[in-house]
Design a protein around this ligand. Structure first.
Ligand code: HAM
Length: 418
């Protein structure tokens, strides 16, 4: 029997992991620089949380969730995203009593039963953050600038920010009625999903994957033209704050986002290179979500970015992440006594935090030298009986071939200075 990774899942191999470590480090550093702390939430939650939180007219909830009954008969779902779980934790852990805004970031796997294609997986990774307690628009602009600073620190170019406002429930209700009147003559010729959305949530017809390209959808009234005065002022506030910081954006009235919890600000960072899967980061405000999940009315806003898409984009742009040379030196042993001494030297170096390697395969001296040459480890030292007697070793720099003599006790210091 030959097993293979499940469709839509992928191994991240040791040869590639340095890219992930780099992106994770930059993301957490940037989040810390804005005052965010990390939260780790469980991989699964009760299904009801996502149905209520993410919304039962969304594709994510109706078609894409990994849901099963556990042995206790509870309906469990692997998280399709992070926001609902963070909101649940915010409420459950009484975080409303903390000073506002309560700011958290996360690095999670998410699960969606999707049609697999490039940049669209069934298990994928998200960097995200959520902020609770501020109605904005100042925090909306700050959230956007976290992502913007992150992209700059990673070295990505040409990531375009698109923003929109989808209003509050009051302007949305009015708009939904307007949309119904508009779509009523056409709805019978639209897809099954749109027919259901027409009754439940007409706004969702705007980003239908099947009908979205049709003229009738393209010409539909736009919510941004029908915002109430408060929502208009909020959106103007966001724009002026982005202008003040110097973050460029375009207004895209077609962004409605695929999840139901959004209110007012929605935004996406889109790559010019990656076509239909070009949305690297998406987010927005969700002022009703905490209340909807059983908490006190609390405004919130956040985003998540797909790490696979981010790294694909980095590769497409030729952004080079440097491999971390954690192993600094290879010791080749010429005798059993030398290899015993090398084991002790390595133990000591590792306690000092200096990475080193030696033979673990019983290789001949010649084979050890061949391994060292191929390994990419930057320094090499050969230890035989002479070195054991003198207490000194030669350390060779593999990049330029230069050699220096170093006392065995001083190897750690020597490598630290390099
Ligand atoms: P989302 O737009 O569903 O939002 O996902 C955010 C990002 O996750 C997408 O822009 C994309 O890069 C990545 N992504 C989504 N689905 C897949 C997939 N099947 N394969 C690979 N990457 C994928 C959310 O998840 C919200 N929770 C964001 C948020 C946080 N809004 C407020 N707070």
């Amino acid at each position: 029997m030959k097993y293979s990774a499940q469709k839509g899942t992928k191994d991240i191999l040791p040869a590639d992991i340095f890219r992930w470590h780099k992106a994770e480090k930059v993301f957490s550093d940037v989040c810390h620089s804005f005052g965010y702390e990390e939260i780790r939430i469980p991989t699964f939650e009760q299904t009801e949380l996502f149905a209520r939180g993410v919304g039962d007219t969304t594709d994510v909830v109706t078609k894409e969730m990994y849901t099963f009954n556990d042995k206790g008969g509870r309906s469990i779902t692997l998280r399709p995203e992070g926001t609902a779980g963070v909101v649940r934790s915010y409420i459950e852990n009484g975080m409303a009593s903390l000073p506002s805004p309560v700011r958290m970031y996360y690095n999670i796997t998410s699960f969606r039963y999707e049609n697999v294609q490039k940049g669209r997986m069934r298990e994928f990774h998200q960097f995200g953050l959520e902020s609770f307690g501020s109605t904005g628009p100042v925090i909306d602009a700050e959230i956007i600038s976290v992502a913007d600073v992150f992209f700059k620190k990673i070295g990505l170019k040409n990531i375009k920010l698109r923003i929109n406002s989808i209003g509050c429930p009051a302007c949305r209700n009015k708009y939904n009625e307007m949309l119904k009147d508009y779509f009523r003559p056409h709805v019978s010729s639209m897809c099954e999903d749109c027919q259901a959305r027409f009754e439940k949530n007409p706004l969702r017809m705007i980003d239908c994957k099947i009908d979205g390209g049709k003229e009738v959808v393209q010409n539909a009234p736009r919510l941004i033209d029908h915002l109430c005065d408060d929502c208009k002022a909020h959106f103007e506030g966001l724009k002026s704050r982005l202008d003040a910081v110097g973050i460029k954006y375009t207004i895209d009235p077609n962004i409605v986002r695929g999840l139901d919890y959004y209110t007012r600000t929605v935004f996406e960072f889109v790559s010019e290179n990656v076509g239909t899967q070009g949305t690297i980061c998406g987010g927005g405000r969700y002022d009703g979500l905490v209340e909807n999940c059983g908490g006190a009315p609390t405004p919130g806003i956040g985003f998540a970015m797909g790490v696979e898409r981010l790294l694909m984009e980095a590769e497409a742009q030729g952004v080079l992440f440097e491999k971390n040379d954690s192993v600094r030196i290879y010791f080749a042993g010429m005798s059993e006594a030398a290899s015993q001494k090398i084991a002790a030297i390595c133990y000591d170096l590792r306690l000092k935090g200096i990475g080193c390697e030696t033979d673990l395969m019983g290789r001949s001296f010649k084979a050890q030298m061949k391994y060292a040459g191929k390994s990419g480890i930057p320094y090499l030292s050969v230890i035989g009986d002479d070195e054991l007697k003198s207490g000194e070793v030669r350390i060779k720099c593999m990049a330029d071939g230069s050699e220096e003599t170093v006392k065995i006790d001083a190897i750690g210091e020597y490598l630290t200075d390099k």
